[in-house]
Design a protein around this ligand. Structure first.
Ligand code: VGL
Ligand code: ZN
Length: 285
């Protein structure tokens, strides 16, 4: 295309190719998505798997939305969405209590092996058992009523395969199936994700980890999240930081988000300026 531009004989053809080149060479944009993980009644006070002070994340998340409205181009809410006899429920395992851990075996196709003698075990996963929670279409599965919600927010459901859990909003715990989240982020040219919600040591942790693995720039917002088990927090944060996830408080977001958008504006302006200058120079205006 540039070759055609150089060889163009008259001004009109040069203008034509200039416009073509400008339209197919977009400036570098850093698009940011806000991920709100599992802010659902089952994890809020009064819920069946209530996270201590889980409701405290709601005003922090609403503030982030309001303050960075111009920088956040997409908001995604994930929704834990379990079958009523989901394999992660302690109630489905005789004699087991919530928070006990069991091993689940899967065959090469990711199907749960219920009978080890007839099933070829290919993968074994540790599964923490939970109280029944976030059952499909129950009030427990609804989003917290005080969470700001807009019509163009995207909802990504997870955990609806009855035989496997899904902490991450991207993949199930065995990596057998994926949700639509990655494709949605890519379709919106998202390069940066801000991860908030519940619970810090499970779904927020695994979602942040997978987002980083998939190549996104990831900001996990500590004060916009709460853990199921407080003692897990230092290990989780250390692990995320070692992977390159930025673990920050919402008050520091201003330094990262506005500086990255300032850099984007600066790059965009330079791009427009240089393009115009070249056009003017070559056309001899
Ligand atoms: C979660 C445990 C079970 C979470 C979901 O959202 O962190 N934790 N299901
Ligand atoms: Zn769950």
């Amino acid at each position: 295309m540039t070759y055609m531009w150089i060889n163009a004989k008259d001004d009109v053809t040069k203008w034509f190719w200039t416009l073509v080149i400008l339209s197919v060479t977009p400036p570098v944009f850093s698009n940011t998505a806000l991920l709100i993980i599992d802010v659902q009644n089952c994890f809020l006070p009064g819920g069946s798997l209530a996270v201590t002070n889980g409701d405290h994340v709601i005003p922090v998340i609403n503030d982030i939305r309001r303050k960075y409205e111009n920088q956040i181009s997409l908001t995604v809410l994930s929704q834990d969405w379990h079958c009523q006899d989901h394999v992660s429920f302690a109630s489905q395992h005789a004699g087991k209590q919530p928070l006990e851990t069991i091993t689940l075996d899967y065959d090469r196709n990711g199907h749960l092996c219920s009978n080890k003698t007839t099933c070829q075990v290919e993968y074994s996963l540790n599964q923490t058992l939970w109280p029944d929670h976030c059952v499909i279409n129950s009030t427990g599965a609804e989003f917290g009523s005080r969470l700001d919600h807009k019509t163009d927010d995207v909802i990504v459901r997870k955990g609806y395969h009855c035989e496997i859990d899904s902490y991450s909003a991207f993949f199930d715990n065995g990596g057998f199936t994926k949700t639509e989240l990655e494709d949605i982020l890519n379709a919106h040219n998202i390069t940066t994700v801000i991860v908030t919600g519940l619970a810090l040591d499970f779904c927020v942790y695994y979602t942040s980890k997978d987002a980083k693995k998939l190549g996104f720039d990831v900001y996990m917002i500590k004060d916009a999240s709460r853990p199921v088990i407080q003692q897990n927090v230092p290990t989780v944060i250390k692990d995320l930081e070692s992977l390159g996830v930025h673990v920050i408080d919402s008050s520091s977001l201003v330094n990262f988000i506005s500086s990255s958008s300032a850099a984007t504006t600066c790059l965009t302006m330079s791009y427009i300026y240089i393009s115009l200058l070249l056009t003017v120079l070559y056309l001899g205006i």
